[in-house]
Design a protein around this ligand. Structure first.
Ligand code: FO1
Length: 300
């Protein structure tokens, strides 16, 4: 089955691995709003999480970066007075150094990413939302913050008031992304943060018009985000953290929402929004769980 998925990092990457394990012909469109330049390097965290998950190199516990990582570089960097709030592991560093070199030589991010997947024998495709610059800015009560400054440096502590996606208007979908959505027999919205992982993709002209009848997996379980600040953000934006709020957020884009058994009581309210509610265990403790959930999504 031809499947196209929209995804951020961590939770989205877990489902992407599950979808790949089903044998689906998978294209993942990755959020690039988290990308930034750090220590002179081009870092694309959500692409990295997807590439590592699909190639079996991911650190499942941490949710980002590589397994069996070491941190000598960070120690040496700190000793010289470098910024240490963003952790680049010794193995992970190879990805950022090579990506930076290739981007500087004029290669588009989509080609760089495809090159990495090829080298790692991954047959699924990961296409950046755009090859142009896209940057999520988080509006907070303490001012506007670049995404990684909000997320990692400030540990998501500032109260959020809104978001801006710098560059979205001028950006175009990367080659193959819209075609993958048009040809897909199933479009999936991964259990990623709707505001900071999926909305930046949808902000690029062409995606919102092309995504239709998608099946989404809710990132909220029992009023809490499985990982990350989604529930906290919802509260700060004046929304009740729930799968119902997720269904409303994606109105017009999804026809089904997979919600956790803990949230079965929300099913009727979700269906009243015109979205089919599918109740299933949505926590992915390992690749087997992810594959089981992926099969539910594909059968929906
Ligand atoms: N997340 C953290 O919470 N702390 C880090 O130091 C950190 C480093 C990092 C390095 C490379 C990479 O690809 C991702 C990294 N992440 C880190 C994860 C990332 O910043 C976020 O999880 C995503 O941007 C949110 O989707």
């Amino acid at each position: 089955m031809k499947v196209a998925a929209l995804s951020g990092g961590v939770g989205g990457a877990k489902l992407a691995e599950g979808l790949m394990r089903t044998g689906a012909d998978l294209t993942v469109i990755a959020n690039t709003g988290d990308d930034f330049e750090h220590l002179g390097l081009s870092v694309s965290p959500d692409i990295d999480s997807l590439v590592y998950a699909l190639s079996g190199l991911a650190d499942r516990e941490r949710g980002w970066g590589r397994a069996n990582e070491s941190w000598s570089f960070m120690g040496a960097l700190g000793a010289l007075g470098g910024e240490t709030w963003f952790n680049l592991g010794d193995l992970d560093l190879a990805m950022h150094v090579l990506r930076s070199e290739r981007l500087a030589a004029g290669e588009p991010l989509s080609a760089v990413t495809a090159g990495f997947l090829g080298r790692l024998d991954v047959t699924a495709r990961v296409i950046p939302a755009t090859d142009q610059r896209l940057r999520t800015l988080v509006e907070t009560e303490s001012g506007r913050l670049a995404f990684q400054h909000y997320f990692v440096r400030e540990r998501t502590a500032p109260r959020v008031t809104g978001f801006a996606f710098e560059g979205a208007e001028a950006a175009r979908p990367a080659p193959g992304a819209l075609e993958a959505l048009q040809k897909a027999e199933r479009i999936v919205i991964c259990p990623s943060n709707p505001y900071i992982s999926i909305d930046p993709i949808l902000a690029v002209t062409g995606y919102r018009e092309t995504v239709r009848d998608a099946v989404c997996v809710s990132p909220i379980i029992g009023g809490k985000a499985v990982k990350g600040p989604a529930a906290k953000m919802m509260s700060e934006l004046g929304l009740e953290p729930s799968s119902l709020a997720v269904a409303r957020h994606y109105r017009g884009l999804i026809r089904a929402l997979v919600i956790d058994e803990a949230d079965a009581h929300e099913a009727a309210a979700i269906e009243a929004e015109g979205v089919r509610a599918i109740v299933a265990p949505t926590l992915m403790a390992g690749p087997e769980d992810a594959e089981r959930l992926a099969r539910i999504v594909l059968e929906a």
